[in-house]
Write a protein that binds this ligand. Structure first.
Ligand SMILES: [Mg+2]
Length: 379
């Protein structure tokens, strides 16, 4: 079992509609696709860094540099026995979790295909929460709605998503565009599963804003305060009935343990890209289960390649809250995989059962969105 070639591609996929968060407005999503080849098997992964250092310090340029100069040589110069060997090998590179996760994902796909197992089977075999757990055929998914121009526009957007089948709605908030949005939605849809995501746009001085939504029966308030903070979130969580969920602050199982034990949050959003890959994501999943804290899978506007991995990880037993795992069409006119991911009328998505990511990469569609390519070979 040897990896002989690794290919990087920078891709740019136009979004069907602009997506606004507290960071800004996106109209095109640029990601890096990682392809590994060896023994006649191809593995695919997606690095979820973006053009600018807004969600995290990583960008496509930093990820490309770290993959090209450090991570890819490590994989080509060493023999891996399993995808779980990669984090130890890559540990000498500090940080750069999205770069690591993109390559690790391609390795998971490659090893899964070599064993003719789906990613979901591989992940479920690795989790230590419940050995008797039966892998679900489908999972409940939610949709993340960007900031809209007015509360009325948001209500109409949400009405559309509910009619498509989604049963959990997450809205983005930012200062001046928060409590009024929650109230408008609750007035129209008093009982839907609703949560908000601030992407670190507030400080403790804004605690009154969160108190004002504490009776809105939200599932959770996601990452209200600073992106690396645990301490201030402890203070805010003490003030609120509603559970705080951390996203940006959690980069490892150690961060998750600190946050849960210290009471900075009661729920964790797991994004494999943010934590350095699926191996670490499974560790956080297991750790949160020990603390009776639910987890759910966040999204980074992935193409079908990254989405496939997210759907697989969200099939683990402690992913008890619906993830941001929308249909391909919610973001993209044309996906780069077949079949595209779809949501049924009950707000559920099928977990692929084929080997590896369980979907086929459509080479023409991938070529159509590729900006640049670079190939690396084993010496
Ligand atoms: Mg978030």
């Amino acid at each position: 079992m040897t990896i002989e070639r690794i290919e990087l591609r920078l891709i740019a996929m136009p979004l069907v509609a602009p997506f606004e968060t507290s960071f800004g407005i996106e109209t095109v999503e640029e990601h890096i696709i990682v392809r590994v080849d060896g023994d006649g098997i191809t593995g695919w992964g997606e690095c979820v860094a973006s053009e600018g250092p807004w969600y995290s310090y990583e960008t496509n340029q930093t990820a490309w540099h770290v993959l090209r100069d450090f991570l890819i040589p490590l994989v080509l110069e060493n023999e891996l026995r399993a995808p779980q060997d990669f984090p130890g090998l890559a540990a000498r590179v500090r940080g750069h979790n999205m770069a690591k996760a993109g390559l690790e994902a391609a390795l998971w796909d490659w090893f899964a295909k070599a064993q003719n197992k789906s990613l979901a089977e591989m992940f479920n075999a690795a989790q230590q929460v419940d050995a008797t757990y039966v892998l679900p055929q489908e999972i409940t998914v939610g949709v993340s709605v960007g900031l809209q121009a007015t509360p009325a526009a948001l209500v109409e957007q949400v009405r559309g998503f509910l009619s498509e089948g989604y049963t959990r709605i997450k809205i983005k908030i930012k200062p001046q565009r928060d409590v009024a949005l929650v109230r408008a939605l609750r007035a129209e849809f008093p009982t839907i599963r609703l949560q908000v995501d601030a992407n670190s746009a507030y400080t403790l001085a804004d605690a009154d804003i969160f108190r004002a939504m504490d009776d809105a029966n939200l599932l959770l308030i996601e990452q209200p305060l600073s992106n690396d903070d645990i301490f201030q979130h402890i203070k805010l969580q003490r003030e609120l009935k509603t559970a705080i969920c951390l996203d940006e602050s959690i980069h490892s199982a150690e961060d998750a343990e600190a946050a849960l034990e210290l009471g900075a949050c009661r729920i964790i959003n797991i994004k494999p890209g943010r934590v350095g890959g699926f191996t670490q994501a499974i560790k956080i999943h297991d750790l949160a289960a020990k603390h009776n804290a639910p987890v759910w899978c966040g999204g980074m506007l992935e193409s079908g390649i990254g989405r496939a991995g997210n759907v697989a990880i969200a099939s683990l037993p402690n992913f008890t809250l619906p993830g941001d795992l929308s249909a391909s069409r919610r973001y993209y006119q044309t996906d780069i995989v077949e079949p595209e991911f779809q949501v049924n009328a009950q707000g559920k998505m099928r977990v692929p059962t084929g080997a590896g990511i369980g979907v086929e990469v459509v080479q023409k569609n991938l070529d159509d969105v590729t900006i640049s390519t670079r190939m690396f070979r084993k010496k």
